[in-house]
Design a protein around this ligand. Structure first.
Ligand SMILES: Cc1ncc(COP(=O)(O)O)c(C=O)c1O
Length: 399
């Protein structure tokens, strides 16, 4: 092997020093096969055409750009806009990625999809595309999340998926990923449909590609409506797929501020949060190098957020790079701030946001008063909050 090829291979799948593939030896050939299939699909105009057709006819894209007139009037300051991923079929951005990966699975001749899920939105989106494409579907979900996101468990079952409740460790998203990776290794014919820009190469690159439609649409819609780009783009960060999806179209626009919002749970000074970039350090988790929240033994630490889709002790490797390069700023919002933002979005705009997305709304509400009238904030409203009503209504004192 020439040293040039070695260098090219060593840097493949890396964002700065983050990313890569740190997996058991028997898994690497399957990831190589996946990468080759992805690259060939990307070069195939028919694949692109079918992906775009399904996004339009099945998902309902383009999703709307909504101006929040009431909040903008009451808070200030700057003007607030939402990119409405909550209006997609199945109610979140997750469907964009599952359509892309399921088409890839079909192209590879696969008949079984496995996936992890936290909030159940990715599980529901995976069960949906499995039904659409006639594939078997197994979803791994932490037992705690099975309880707190029950409406989505019912949806997955209605769609014909098997939901496996994972009962080890904290019984949330990290354990669901552990179980799905184990199943992927044990089932050589299955396709692992990963739900965020995490995991070993090529997943972060592939999921980014399938979610980049959010940013392309938002950029075009904003330019058409306002005649200029947004001043600030804000998105919540769990694994980081909705954030990368919208940020990707603005990375080269130095005047557009990009802000990722992590879950501060019960506070950054407690151990009950999942603010990986804000409080973690570089390490390896689930087969890739990124920032990780670790305990005193260097193991991924227990994490917590009111929002099942955000409580993960790692984060997409591109986010780690974007933080270190200074292009994106990462902040956090607490449970209380997210619940308050949820209430304000419901009562003032008639939109019920997912608790995950409410973290991004909370940051926008902090920003608006300090901005001038001609400044704008675009929030990626990654999903709808029907699934969260059992959690939130008691906190709002609603019987
Ligand atoms: C509505 C919604 N938003 C955001 C997320 C977080 O995922 P990501 O950071 O990959 O966008 C989830 C995860 O389940 C979700 O359901």
């Amino acid at each position: 092997m020439t040293s040039e090829r070695k260098t090219a291979e060593a840097t493949k799948g890396y964002f700065g020093t983050f990313g890569g593939s740190y997996v058991p030896e028997q898994l690497q050939p399957r990831l190589d096969e996946l990468e080759a299939a992805f690259e060939s699909a990307m070069a195939d105009e028919l694949f692109e055409r079918e992906f775009t057709r399904l996004l339009k006819e099945y998902v309902g894209r383009p999703s709307a750009l909504t101006y929040c007139a009431n909040i903008s009037r009451d808070y200030g300051g700057g003007r607030l806009f939402l990119k409405r991923e909550d209006l997609n079929h199945t109610g979140a951005h997750k469907i964009n990625n599952t359509i892309g990966q399921a088409l890839l699975a079909k192209r590879m001749g696969k008949k079984e999809l496995i996936a992890e899920t936290g909030a159940g939105m990715h599980g529901t989106a995976t069960a949906t595309v499995a039904a659409l494409m006639g594939m078997r579907c197994i979803i791994y979900m932490g037992a705690v999340d099975v309880q707190r996101q029950a409406p989505n468990v019912a949806r997955m079952k209605a769609l014909g998926a098997e939901v496996v409740s994972v009962t080890h460790g904290q019984q949330t998203l990290k354990e669901a990923v552990d179980a799905a990776l184990d199943a992927y290794i044990a089932r050589p014919d299955a396709f692992y449909l990963l739900g965020s820009v995490v995991g070993p190469h090529p997943f972060p690159t592939m999921v980014r590609e399938f979610q980049s439609v959010i940013g392309r649409e938002a950029r075009e819609q904003f330019l058409e409506r306002e005649g200029k780009l947004p001043g600030h783009v804000v998105a919540c960060v769990g694994g980081g797929s909705n954030a990368i999806g919208i940020f990707s179209a603005f990375l080269e626009d130095a005047d557009v501020g990009l802000i990722g919002v992590e879950p501060a749970g019960r506070g950054l000074d407690t151990n009950e949060h999942a603010a990986t970039l804000v409080k973690g350090k570089p390490g390896i988790i689930h087969g890739f190098r990124t920032y990780v929240l670790t305990d005193e033994n260097g193991e991924p630490s227990p994490v917590y957020s009111i929002s099942a889709g955000l409580d993960y002790p790692g984060v997409g490797p591109e986010h780690a790079h974007l933080m270190e390069s200074g292009r994106v700023t990462y902040v956090s919002a607490t449970d209380d701030e997210a619940v308050d933002a949820f209430r304000i979005m419901c009562r003032n705009e008639g939109i019920i946001p997912a608790l995950e997305s409410s973290h991004a709304v909370a940051e926008a509400l902090k920003m608006l008063p300090a901005l001038s009238k001609d400044e704008t904030v675009l929030v990626n409203l990654s999903g709808r909050g029907d699934k969260d009503l059992d959690t939130v209504l008691p906190l709002l004192g609603v019987e």
